[in-house]
Write a protein of this length. Structure first.
Length: 285
């Protein structure tokens, strides 16, 4: 027990994350340092969630995304800079995390997490999964995989078409509303993975979503609040669909990260069972 206690003290005295220790306690920081978190989808939501994990002292982070940074990401994605356009999102994000915390172990996986790649991507050593995927099928597959293997997770709904971050909240995935992405994921889970069709049944899958009425782009460049006025032939996809603003997408990511940190700090695992060594301060060297 002494070795574990000494690591807890060192974690508290590490100046990089001393503020975390003063907020969550010495043991809380030790749990974060020992944790392995996966962030799936490093876009407008996931890039901010990954940043929060790094700045909270999480010791190991796996990043999953196959896309490159493009100039159209500039309005909402943390890693989208003129200098990073054309580079893989996971590589850019991994570099940033290592710059924040050189002791963090970062796995940058340039691949999509799908039903076919799930077993090799989402592994039992992961303590928490933050789902920021925008593909319905991949999202449903990930939720089912984590749920059946008792891997803690949080999923996120659609962050586009909204301007008010104060309306973002967390509810059980089966209790969200005004969120087309979450609704489609529920239907897929019921059809393909045997999830309950009972409306008041909890899935025990927390979901970040917004209660805000969606804002639809019209062909003439104006905005409306009802999809029926959008017009024929307007495709609501990433290229020309919902608009998005960083204040909302970042808040989605931060809310998801908050739940992850809370769960990790409250975890049953004793820090001495799986703690990464802390870096000594100059006074300790």
């Amino acid at each position: 027990m002494r070795a574990g206690f000494e690591v807890l003290i060192m974690s508290a005295e590490d100046p990089r994350f001393a503020g975390i220790a003063r907020l969550y306690g010495i043991e809380g920081l030790a749990r974060l340092r020992a944790a392995h978190v996966a962030v799936v989808g490093i876009g407008g939501v996931g890039s901010w969630a990954a940043e929060a994990m790094a700045r909270s002292g999480v010791g190991e982070i796996s990043l999953f995304d196959m896309d490159d940074v493009c100039v159209s990401n500039s309005n909402r994605q943390l890693h989208a800079l003129d200098s990073t356009v054309g580079r893989p999102k996971v590589e850019v994000m991994a570099e940033r995390i290592r710059a924040i915390n050189p002791d963090c172990i970062v796995h940058a996986v340039s691949d999509f997490v799908t039903r076919d790649t799930m077993a090799e991507c989402i592994t039992p050593d992961m303590d928490f999964v933050i789902d920021c995927i925008d593909s319905v099928n991949a999202k449903a597959a990930l939720i089912s995989w984590c749920k059946r293997r008792k891997i803690q997770m949080i999923t996120t709904g659609g962050a586009g078409g909204q301007i008010d971050p104060t309306l973002i909240q967390i509810a059980d995935l089966n209790r969200t509303f005004n969120d087309p992405l979450a609704s489609k994921v529920r239907s897929t889970l019921r059809r393909d993975y045997g999830f309950s069709r009972t409306p008041n049944r909890h899935y025990s899958v927390p979901c970040v979503f917004s209660s805000e009425q969606l804002r639809y782009p019209k062909p003439d460049g104006s905005i409306c609040l009802e999809k029926k006025f959008v017009g024929e032939g307007v495709k609501l996809d990433c290229a020309g669909g919902f608009g998005a603003v960083m204040m909302v997408t970042a808040t989605f990511g931060m809310v998801a990260a908050t739940r992850a940190v809370d769960k990790l700090v409250a975890g049953a695992r004793r820090p001495s069972e799986r703690v990464k060594p802390a870096v000594a301060t100059p006074d300790q060297a």
